[in-house]
Design a protein around this ligand. Structure first.
Ligand SMILES: C[S@@+](CC[C@H](N)C(=O)[O-])C[C@H]1O[C@@H](n2cnc3c(N)ncnc32)[C@H](O)[C@@H]1O
Length: 289
């Protein structure tokens, strides 16, 4: 594990974030896993809210919507790319009856996910593996569906991840998800002002724009059925409000971790409110031939 000083140095340097992501991410999630579980939920993604929805309702609605779009049902196999403590994987397995394999680069998240699966009686419909999305440990054509919630942004090369997902999907397989992005058309100065603080405090090597995400998926061979800024599908403001409240009530006992999570919450809420930072959504298919 990186020492606290090394971790800070890696976070502050974009090329180090890219080169040392495999060490940086466990260090980041040694702070962020408990912070999210305590201040957010067991699903670590940012959903669109419909009228009057609570956070748990909005998270579940978003997970079930993506499962529906992907056509998940009993007998199908799905891959959850960047599964956290299993929030979406468990919810989608239970809701759809499909088998879900979740992967994370952070080993102790998988232990939590497995315990949660056992507590919910979902061991037969889920499995959790320590794996890197940059080099998936599955054979070609293993899965009917791949989904990902707010995770690919952590990878140093999103195009490699898209290509890996295309490889492990069966022909005709569906890839749906959401990810942390920046708005199209930001200048380099705007990116540095609004997005770089989010990357530093969230352990993201960089983020793609919505348009760049779509061209990356297309280059990996996917046919795009749908994509948008999730703000087009509901109200994203409650996410920023919850982040701002969490920043004021953080329970993380270690000062360095508390400062990191404080910056994480505030820089994300600030850039989200300004529309510079967005959550992008896509639904895509691997061609059948
Ligand atoms: C923001 S969390 C989202 C977790 C989950 N999708 C959810 O919504 O609850 C991002 C997840 O991606 C995982 N992750 C980041 N980079 C990864 C990589 N290169 N390979 C596998 N997992 C990775 C992290 O360990 C973490 O579990």
């Amino acid at each position: 594990m990186l020492s606290p000083n090394e971790f800070t140095r890696v976070l502050e340097n974009p090329s180090e974030r890219r080169e040392r992501y495999a060490e940086m991410l466990p260090a980041f999630y040694s702070h962020a896993t408990d912070a999210y579980r305590h201040h957010w939920a067991d699903s670590f993604h940012l959903p669109p809210f419909q009228d009057g929805q609570s956070l748990p309702q909005a998270l579940a609605a978003q997970e079930h919507r993506l499962a529906r779009v992907a056509g998940l049902r009993a007998g199908l196999r799905a891959l959850d790319v960047g599964c956290g403590v299993g929030g979406p994987a468990l919810s989608i397995a239970e809701h759809s009856g499909a088998h879900v394999t979740g992967i994370s680069i952070v080993p102790w998240q998988l232990e939590t996910a497995e315990k949660r699966a056992a507590a919910q009686g979902l061991q037969n419909l889920t499995e959790f593996r320590n794996a890197d999305m940059m080099a998936l440990l599955f054979d070609d054509g293993t899965f009917d569906v791949a989904f990902s919630f707010d995770a690919i942004c952590h990878s140093p090369d999103k195009d490699t991840v898209y290509a890996e997902i295309a490889r492990v999907l069966k022909p005709g397989g569906v890839f749906v998800g959401a990810d942390w992005l920046c708005a199209d058309g930001l200048t380099e100065q705007e990116y540095q002002e609004w997005i770089e603080p989010v990357c530093v405090s969230s352990a993201l090597p960089d983020v793609l724009s919505l348009g760049r995400m779509v061209s990356g998926l297309t280059r990996a061979g996917f046919l795009i059925d749908d994509y948008c800024d999730l703000a087009a599908r509901g109200d994203m403001t409650p996410n920023w409000e919850i982040f701002e409240r969490a920043a004021e009530t953080l329970t993380e006992p270690r000062p360095a971790g508390r400062e990191l999570m404080y910056q994480h919450c505030l820089s994300t809420a600030r850039a989200g409110r300004a529309g510079k930072f967005i959550i992008g959504y896509w639904s895509a298919r691997k061609p059948t031939d």
